[in-house]
Design a protein around this ligand. Structure first.
Ligand SMILES: [Zn+2]
Length: 407
């Protein structure tokens, strides 16, 4: 999914923020790549991603694809930016990342793209001149970049197993059509061209559990399918969470555990977080999973109405609260930035944790009273999470997650 230019961003633009436009001449897009201070992207990495995205567009991949003579150039050195904690948890953090001068911003994890959700790979304004992405697989980072850049160029999703603009990413999903090629050629901000979804391209509820988990989704793990996972599959998913060789799938596995509402879900998700070592926090793939776990717990509270799980989340919603609760001692032994990032993700997770008694909403309000005025980013996180909570409560989890573009 992508973020439409909203009233919120317009407000910010009125306040004087300027986003530098991408330049497009002779089908060349000259883009600046950046990374969050805690995310990894070398100059060589950025060149590889740009070359790979160019190849995805320019290569003729067969009957589902047209070759599109567009070149994506990485210009200038890759710099880092300090804005936010490197995990996009809400509209404000997305905006702050967008506001950094440059075009392609590599972050550590994405838990929000127009709505809160687990295991996003990318988020782009549509149309726009800036995109955020995680790095999750060296051979597919260029495909991810090309997809999100397509949103920047005004493209919507076009479902189909060979399509670049499908919602799932894969080495063979690189096809674009003539209209999409025109958009890729054009200046950023071109008209979007939406097509009807291809029948049968949406995952069926009976998709087997491992296929569902071992698919990368540009814009988050699918909620309806996750809720349909048979409870007896929990053991298999938990086994995957203990297999180091499967760590690229851990964010999806955590989201699945939360949504499927198994008796083992809460224990498995919290064990995953509490048993993390400081090396785990330094591994970008594992960190992404750790930042997904609070969102998975939010899903779990929503589907289970489990008060114990809600309390756990509330106790982890600020670094100060974490220090008072011994189960979080491993998380406090790590870098302060990581602890804050994780607490921020718990705040985002609370927006999904809608219960009869609105305990999460009360907590978001109460925590605001504890926060010192100099901890300004936390105020924003709490306020943003309250906004999302109201939407989840009004629409219900599935409708919230499927609204707008997530058809
Ligand atoms: Zn997309």
């Amino acid at each position: 999914m992508k973020v439409f230019v909203s009233w919120f961003i317009i407000q910010c633009l009125i306040l004087g923020a300027v986003i530098s436009p991408a330049s497009a001449q002779n089908n060349q897009h000259n883009l600046r790549f950046l990374h969050h201070a805690n995310a990894v992207l070398s100059d060589a990495d950025a060149e590889t991603i740009a070359a790979s995205a160019t190849s995805v567009l320019a290569t003729d991949s067969g009957e589902h694809d047209v070759p599109c003579p567009v070149t994506i150039n990485k210009i200038g050195p890759v710099n880092s930016f300090p804005n936010t904690d490197g995990v996009i948890d809400n509209a404000m953090e997305f905006f702050l990342v967008q506001q950094v001068s440059g075009h392609v911003k590599v972050v550590r994890a994405i838990n929000w793209c127009e709505k809160t959700g687990a295991a996003y790979l990318g988020c782009a304004s549509m149309p726009g001149n800036s995109l955020a992405m995680v790095r999750f697989s060296p051979d597919q980072d260029g495909i991810l970049m090309a997809h999100e850049f397509g949103h920047n160029q005004g493209l919507d999703h076009r479902l189909g197993e060979f399509n670049l603009m499908d919602k799932s990413i894969g080495p063979t999903r690189v096809g674009i059509n003539h209209q999409e090629c025109d958009a890729f050629k054009g200046d950023a901000g071109g008209e979007g061209h939406a097509e009807s979804p291809v029948a049968g391209a949406v995952a069926e509820p009976e998709t087997d559990t491992m296929t569902l988990i071992k698919t990368h989704y540009f814009h988050g793990f699918p909620v309806a399918e996750g809720k349909n996972i048979p409870k007896e599959d929990a053991a298999m998913i938990i086994e995957l969470l203990h297999d180091e060789g499967e760590k690229q799938w851990w964010p999806n596995a955590l989201a699945a555990l939360g949504l499927m509402n198994s008796e083992q879900s809460f224990q498995a998700i919290t064990d995953f977080m509490e048993q993390a070592t400081s090396d785990d926090f330094k591994d970008p793939l594992v960190f992404r999973a750790l930042a997904t776990a609070p969102i998975a717990l939010g899903y779990y509270v929503n589907v289970s109405q489990d008060q114990q799980a809600l309390n756990y989340m509330v106790n982890a919603a600020t670094p100060e609260r974490m220090t008072k609760n011994t189960e979080f001692r491993n998380m406090l032994a790590i870098d302060n930035t990581d602890t804050s990032a994780l607490a921020g993700s718990f705040v985002a997770g609370l927006s999904l944790a809608v219960t009869e008694g609105d305990g999460a909403l009360d907590a978001l309000q109460n925590i605001r009273l504890e926060v010192q005025p100099d901890q300004f980013p936390i105020f924003d996180q709490l306020d943003q999470s309250k906004i999302e909570y109201e939407r989840v409560k009004e629409l219900g989890l599935e409708a919230y997650r499927s609204r707008n573009d997530d058809n």
